[in-house]
Design a protein around this ligand. Sequence first.
Ligand SMILES: [Zn+2]
Length: 367
Amino acid sequence: MRLALPIKPNGKIKYLQCIRCGETYPVDDYFEGCPKCRDEGKPANLTFVYAEYGKECPLPYDSYSSLGEGNTPLLPVFDEFPSFYLKYEGRNPSGSHKDRMSAMIVTRAAEKGYEGVAVATSGNAGLSLASYCAYFGLKCAVIATKDLNPQVRRFLEAYGAEIHLTDTPMERWEILKRKKEEGFYPGSNYSNPPVGTVHFGVQGYKAVAYEIVGQLKGTVPDKVLVPASRGDLLWGVWLGFKEMKQADPSLALPAMIACEPFARLSRVLDGEDYTRSFPGETALKSIDGTTVTYQAVKALRESNGFAVEISNEEAEAARKELAKRGILLELSSAASYGAYKKLRKNGAVGEEEVVVAIGTSSGFVEI
Ligand SMILES: [Zn+2]
């Protein structure tokens, strides 16, 4: 039974535009990104262009399926770091930032008459989409590797999701392609080299930027630290800051800093091709993976940002410190605070700089 919520597209959408070549397209899904760039072997995501920008974050829908995501707290945490704030995304309904994306994706899938949403995930996106699909009366197929956290699996079963387990991460993308042919809306990337999550979903992350500036009473932070793999959140938050500046040119822009478990984005910034594979091992499962995306690289380059590597040990130490302050994050999410400490120590971030670390997900499923 589908919940009869009103779906109202934003009437101020002008068109979609490729973030790499600038080609414009009418609004549609383009799951494999810009067709022109894909044909060149340089996959890149599309983004929405709106007729105007103002104080409110423009989203693809004015009215959509929501479980109350967003408006998460921006917390000072440590007396010794008075310019450091944690954006606590673990406070979203399913426990992670992914809910901002799910609200848009589930609405789009329902609007277009899909019977469900399918997602390749290491955990958080699956939990989020399974929850939002259940609320809206859509099916959800979650595709994960066999080492899926048993606690995550129990949550997924409670939400009534269909679960597929594979031997390797790449096999997940093959099953996702098959589910798409069976009538499921792809709620995550399935291309290799990857594009990122469909542009409808990424739009949901822009609100993080608007909220941060509102919570800092109009101040734009100097740096924003984001745990990243394929960079949906990194790019979405950066888009939010850019759109705010379009509405008010007097606003500053932050430098976006990607926190990654091993060198991927840093190698691309040093000149390697973003479409290649970057092997590495990590316990930070939410930001694992051997690939990067054009959108992640673009966010770092445009904002004069960079990528910082965080080891398992650095993330674990950061998680413990935050938990002692009453904030329980998953290991991958604590990487952003771990990065702050590392950058303060090596001088890349100064004492006076206002820095926001995104605490992407609650640690409740890892305990
Ligand atoms: Zn293009």
